[in-house]
Ligand binder design. Structure first.
Ligand code: WT7
Length: 688
């Protein structure tokens, strides 16, 4: 569509029609077609999803109801079940099924390394052989159906191999983003009682060498101390031969980065426990019969932050997740067989699970896995890769778009980008300015933008435009995907019809809604179903405009969305109070021009402790060590006292105002002591 086709609507927002060239080939070509399909999907979900399920391979059909659920805490346990009793294997559906259909020689993944000279590819047949071999490796190591396997890996092909191999043998993968600290990794391994872990020696991220094996060693030590032994640790030899690896057999202190000779990595090696991936692979057979699983057997758990601080193991099951990720991928990215699709998300997050691995492979698509960062060797890297592989569909996060915007248009315009057709975004509300830059500069005003709203819990897109059908408004995730029934509720739980703003909830399950919190059904019910019986509650606020478009307004709980990654304020606070000088801490979200939100902390010190620059550095480092570098607070301030209610509850609403320097505090009548406010305004750091 040419830019002259943009038109304003009543409320002043811009409206963009789907690009006409895209519309012609699209699976859904008009709003009428979308509405017709949507209507069927919610009025008769069984027929809708049964037809879709016929595209997949099932060893045997469901034995009970096609789908059944209870969303009402008053009517017994919350439960969601699709196709119970049906037997399948998701890895078989991702690989063997396509090979049987003649796609064996099609590229499954291109791989682009951190270093632009480092790249490769793997076809569907090659991927199946590698996955089968690794499945046999896992079996030989004693991993079997139902066991939990932790994965802590960089963005390399073997990461997909590892997850598919788990799925092939019926083991449950628990991938931890390789940016989490050893303590966070240990906490997740312990919660899931993983019996094995798969990692790599190290990885270069930009100009930085990360010692992944060392982080895993430290995590496994913590697990040992807490009485849980991880029996096997499989290590991919990923660094090049010029990156020298020094094996030690005891503990060592990591040398400060500045004095570490470059390209030298010291790693601890525990014979018996630690095993090189490549050594096991040489003798493994490249044939492995898939384990036939129930549609409702667990596929994976993925930990996500919870408002109490302890991460929740979001559990997804095989059948529903397979149907929904493949179907959303097909319609939202309007998948066509000659596409080269690229999702920049790390596989350690849900976006990487659903839209780097399972969604694309479920369609027999060609995807791209990128190990590096958008800024290395320079801020043109994304577009250089787009041209190199002639990427047609591209999916990234608002935070990356905003960061790249700051580098100016030249880094984009240096490249042709004429292969691009659809540009997606996910992770947080996208500000209209970033949306328009994405549309006009990156997409040359020729691509459809799909702003996809979803969560780790939802498994796949739930609110999203369809690129050939939906006229888009910058900043709105538009309308529900097939099978999804959103509602906006008031605090009292009343349904808001027409324009309005409230709690975003969903009325009945679609196939990939999470099934439980691993090992904690009660927390599952309390977090998502207790507040509004009969609905799944997202924790986000949203508004609906006069045209029915839905706009996400952000979290309504104590969660901070840093660069599209949710963290709970409680998680950061409990890290801070482990410092010997800290008596109390409160953290709130604060707007950030690139990250969207960042973390702002108020710390109350113990008697006699002094608030110094060194202390600020130490506190930042504690958060890095306990959670991970991405969680580091941007701002800290001394808080001799915190604003509290008479019952002692910290008033974070007021802290958020102080953080941004806004004296419009609203109602302060519930404050126990108003005098703390002035002191806190005075103590704001200069850079805030
Ligand atoms: C939270 C979920 C889903 C993959 C990435 C994050 C926010 C996500 C959007 C969007 C506005 C969005 C919500 C949501 N969010 N996508 N398109 N527009 N907000 O997964 O860590 O589970 O976070 O991210 O607040 O609840 P997650």
């Amino acid at each position: 569509m040419a830019e002259t086709n943009d038109h304003s609507v009543a409320n002043g927002a811009l409206l963009f029609d789907p690009p006409s060239n895209l519309q012609n080939e699209a699976h859904v070509k008009s709003m009428q077609q979308y509405q017709k399909m949507y209507k069927q999907s919610i009025e008769d979900p069984e027929t809708f999803w049964r037809e879709i399920s016929a595209q997949f391979y099932w060893k045997s059909p469901p034995t009970g109801k096609f789908f059944e659920y209870n969303f009402d805490v008053g009517k017994g346990p919350i439960s969601i079940k699709w196709m119970t009793g049906a037997k399948t294997n998701i890895c078989y559906n991702m690989l063997d099924r396509h090979i049987a259909n003649g796609l064996g020689d099609k590229v499954a993944f291109y791989w682009e390394g951190n270093d632009p000279n480092d790249f490769g590819k793997i076809t569907y047949s090659e991927l199946l052989a590698r996955v089968s071999k690794f499945s046999n490796v896992l079996k030989n190591l004693g991993v079997s159906r139902g066991d939990r396997v932790a994965i802590y890996m960089p963005m390399i092909l073997d990461l997909s191999v590892a997850m598919l191999a788990c799925a092939r043998i019926g083991a449950i993968h628990s991938i931890v983003f390789a940016g989490y600290s050893s303590e966070s990794l240990a906490e997740r391994i312990l919660d899931a009682t993983c019996s094995a872990i798969i990692t790599a020696d190290g990885v270069w991220r930009g100009t930085k060498l990360l010692n992944l094996k060392k982080i895993v060693d430290d995590a496994l030590k913590i697990c040992d101390e807490k009485g849980h032994r991880v029996e096997k640790c499989v290590v991919v030899r990923h660094l090049s031969p010029s990156d020298e690896i020094v094996k030690t057999n005891g503990d060592f202190e990591e040398e400060p980065e500045a004095c570490r000779p470059s390209r030298k990595l010291k790693i601890n090696w525990q014979p018996g426990r630690d095993i090189w991936w490549h050594e096991m692979m040489t003798s493994a057979s490249s044939e492995c019969e898939p384990e036939w699983m129930d549609a409702e057997d667990p596929l994976f758990m993925l930990y996500t932050s919870g408002s109490t601080g302890k991460p929740k193991g979001v559990l997804h099951t095989i059948g529903g997740y397979m149907l929904y990720t493949a179907t959303t991928f097909k319609y939202v990215f309007d998948y066509q067989p000659d596409d080269v699709y690229w999702c920049t998300a790390d596989v350690g997050w849900i976006t990487g699970h659903s839209y780097v691995t399972y969604g694309p492979l479920g369609n027999g698509a060609t995807g791209l896995i990128f190990e590096g960062t958008p800024f290395y060797p320079n801020a043109g890297r994304f577009w250089e890769i787009v041209d190199k592989y002639r990427v047609t569909k591209f999916y990234t996060a608002p935070t990356a778009i905003r960061a790249l915007m700051k580098f100016g248009d030249d880094f984009v315009k240096k490249y042709k980008r004429d292969s691009l057709k659809i540009l997606g975004t996910v992770g947080e509300p996208i500000n209209p300015e970033a949306w328009l830059w994405y549309y006009r500069v990156v997409g040359n005003s020729k691509c459809a933008i799909v702003d996809t709203f979803w969560q780790t819990e939802t498994g796949g897109h739930v609110l999203t435009p369809l690129p050939g059908a939906t006229p888009t408004k910058p900043g709105s995730a538009t309308f529900p995907f097939f099978g999804v029934i959103p509602a906006l509720l008031t605090e009292e739980g009343k349904v808001i019809e027409g324009p309005g703003e409230g709690y975003l909830v969903f009325k009945q399950p679609w196939p990939s809604l999470m099934r439980t919190v691993y090992g904690n059904q009660e927390r599952f019910e309390t977090t998502y179903f207790k507040k509004f019986p009969g609905y799944y509650c997202t924790g986000d606020g949203a508004k609906r405009d006069e045209d029915g478009y839905i706009w996400i307004t952000g979290r309504i709980d104590d969660m901070v969305n840093v660069s599209g990654h949710l963290l709970s304020t409680a998680e950061v606070e409990s890290a801070l109070i482990t410092h010997k000088s800290v008596a109390e801490a409160a953290s709130v979200s604060h707007p950030h021009s690139i990250k969207g939100e960042c973390i702002y902390c108020f710390v109350t010190l113990k008697q006699g402790a002094e608030y110094t620059n060194d202390l600020v550095t130490e506190l930042k480092n504690i958060v890095r060590a306990k959670i991970g570098p991405f969680a580091q607070p941007d701002f800290l301030q001394n808080a001799p006292a915190l604003p509290k209610t008479r019952s002692g509850k910290i008033m974070r609403r007021i802290l958020r105002k102080i953080a941004v320097g806004d004296r419009n505090l609203g109602d302060t009548s519930t404050l126990a002591d108003e005098s703390v406010i002035d002191v806190l305004f005075q103590n704001r750091p200069n850079n805030a």
